[in-house]
Design a protein around this ligand. Structure first.
Ligand code: SF4
Ligand code: SF4
Length: 307
């Protein structure tokens, strides 16, 4: 049997590890896969043309927020991810809706043109005024050096993102940074690089605080010779299933040509049908079997997390 072909058993016929949703703290909304740029390592393959996941609509968010309440899920945060969330015309309406209901809101963005439009800026200022630090943005800066960042994101993207970051700092909007370790730089070296970058541009973010500067492992599909995770791995690796993203979060997506959004196990596998858990949150309480190389490579062995 090939690896990652049987939901319940590994190629060696051992029981595949699974994760139960036991403490849902974050509901991610995929705002749509369209993006203003095309990064060459985008795990969701976003671009100005990719609309496989269409713009998520506020009318569906209303439904999911109601369901969170009826299920008594302990959700604390609504996260918006894309694509570029600020391309979605309803992102500020949805953010306000969640903030009004006392959730923290986290928006992942590249802080480029879509965020820098005057209507969006006005809306962000207003939300910040009303909800303070309950509104938080996380800006992707892949590398602390312009050349490396632009290598991935396209020429000029570093300067545009820094412009957006500076504006966020001026407004006092709570902001963190997501970096990537695509170049296998040692973490300490990388954090020192970000420290210098932040100091050069007067960006008030602590490069050594892992909640303010989050460094993600490479999300490359190639070289997927990774081991499968069995039920025995938890104790061998000293890893607790409740530390895995799919034990404490879900993401909702809206596929093109589908009438309703669907709930998927996590932010990392939006396209895999096996990780689609139904169209409502109740149905998504099902156990998730770690039947994908990402599960092993990024979550169990790599420590990836979106929150
Ligand atoms: S900015 Fe983000 S969503 Fe857009 S292409 Fe780059 S990595 Fe993907
Ligand atoms: S990729 Fe990670 S979070 Fe997603 S289903 Fe696999 S183990 Fe869970």
């Amino acid at each position: 049997m090939e690896k990652f072909t049987n939901k319940y058993l590994t190629a060696n016929k051992e029981r595949r590890a699974s994760v139960l949703l036991n403490n849902p703290k974050t509901l991610w909304i995929n705002t749509g896969t369209l993006c203003n740029i095309t990064c060459n390592n985008c795990y969701i393959f976003s671009s100005p043309k990719n609309d496989d996941l269409i713009y998520f609509q506020d009318k569906f968010l209303i439904k999911y927020l109601k369901e969170i309440k009826s299920l008594n899920w302990p959700i604390e945060e609504i996260g918006f991810t894309g694509g570029e969330p600020f391309l979605n015309k309803e992102v500020l309406i949805m953010s306000e809706r969640a903030l009004k209901e006392n959730y923290r809101v986290l928006i992942l963005t590249n802080a480029m043109q879509p965020m820098q439009r005057s209507g969006i800026k006005k809306g962000l200022i207003q939300l910040h005024k009303m909800y303070g630090d309950n509104l938080k943005l996380r800006v992707s800066i892949d590398h602390y050096k312009m050349e490396k960042h632009d290598e991935v994101r396209g020429r000029g993207s570093f300067s545009k993102t820094i412009e957006g970051m500076k504006w966020l700092m001026e407004q006092g909007i709570k902001t963190s940074v997501a970096g990537r370790n695509i170049w296998n730089i040692e973490e300490d070296v990388s954090r020192k690089g970000y420290e210098k970058l932040f100091s050069d541009y007067n960006i008030k973010i602590d490069a050594f605080d892992k909640s303010e500067t989050i460094l993600f492992p490479e999300m490359n599909e190639q070289n997927i010779e990774v081991p499968e995770i069995t039920t025995k791995c938890w104790s061998i690796l000293g890893k607790d299933p409740s530390s895995i993203m799919c034990s404490n979060s879900r993401m909702v997506i809206h596929r093109k040509d589908e009438k309703k959004p669907k709930v998927v196990a996590c932010t990392l596998l939006p396209y895999e049908k096996e990780f689609e858990l139904g169209d409502n949150l109740k149905a998504s309480e099902n156990r998730v079997y770690l039947n994908h190389p990402h599960c092993a490579k990024f979550c169990v062995l790599g420590g990836a997390s979106c929150s």
